[in-house]
Design a protein. Sequence first.
Length: 334
Amino acid sequence: MDLFALTRKLIDIESTTGMEAKVGEALAGELTQLGYRVEQIPVEGDRFDIWATHPDQPRPELALSTHMDTVPPFIPSSETADRIYGRGSCDAKGIIVAQIAAAEKLRGDGIHVGLLFLVGEERDSQGAQVANEQPRGVKFLINGEPTENRLAVASKGTLRVELVARGRMAHSAYPELGESAVEKLLDALHEVRKLKLPTNSKAGPCTLNIGLIEGGRAPNVIPDYAIAHLLFRLVGPAEELRRQVTAAAGDKAEPNFILEIPYMELGTVPGIETMIAAFTTDIPALTRWGTPLLIGPGSIHVAHTEGEYIEKKQLVDAVDLYARIARQLLVTKA
């Protein structure tokens, strides 16, 4: 198995969220050739998750898992002496390959683990939600995301909010006849930005990003509608934050809480460097897949960028690291 060649092969198959079928088929073919029993778990349309096990151990106690989808736009692979570039190189197609190679390494020692590859992580973890309805009895789940081969002791959650303001249209020459939804939204955002966000001694501060603002009809029309899309990175329960956002918006705007992914504290093993993941993962949606750990090669700082890459050395090191962690977990359990 050529680690770098397979990574590039997967990168070169476009799999933006919603378009994962082709990369799923390619992965199923690779795993079948390696002797795995491959189950395609239907998700939606032609999209499916992959659950691969060795025939000698159809119900393994540990699963290696990550996601097949990527964010747009599609960027084909390229390579230098030290790095592999392209969309998904570190998030998370390189990780898929490292996990397959680790499973092969373990199989050489008579240890069989499962491989769970999911769709939809970059949008709503739809694949993970479907997989969670069909657990396979594993005791440990090692999830792969770019952590530079450090174990995450915690991962921040997510609270997505749509802040909607409504007004009344009028000719802009007579603003007194209308009511500006944009001005109301700006007032509400000003109050939300003044909130004292919580801090966690382990995970650090909760943060806010105002990622998108839309509204209005034309420069010469008093706007009757405006919306802002907010994303909070959670470091604890969200109930109090929801209350504060609602109070801050007051009568200026209505908050719609679109998505909540909880803050998670995660498992570790001795002797491996740790970190805090400020991003969210599929783990909160995989509650029936055993004790979760989070680790993978690559840097989250280059994921989702036009220059996304993975260091070849980190990719190689991850194979041994995944195998080492799996052994430690299974021996500890025994």
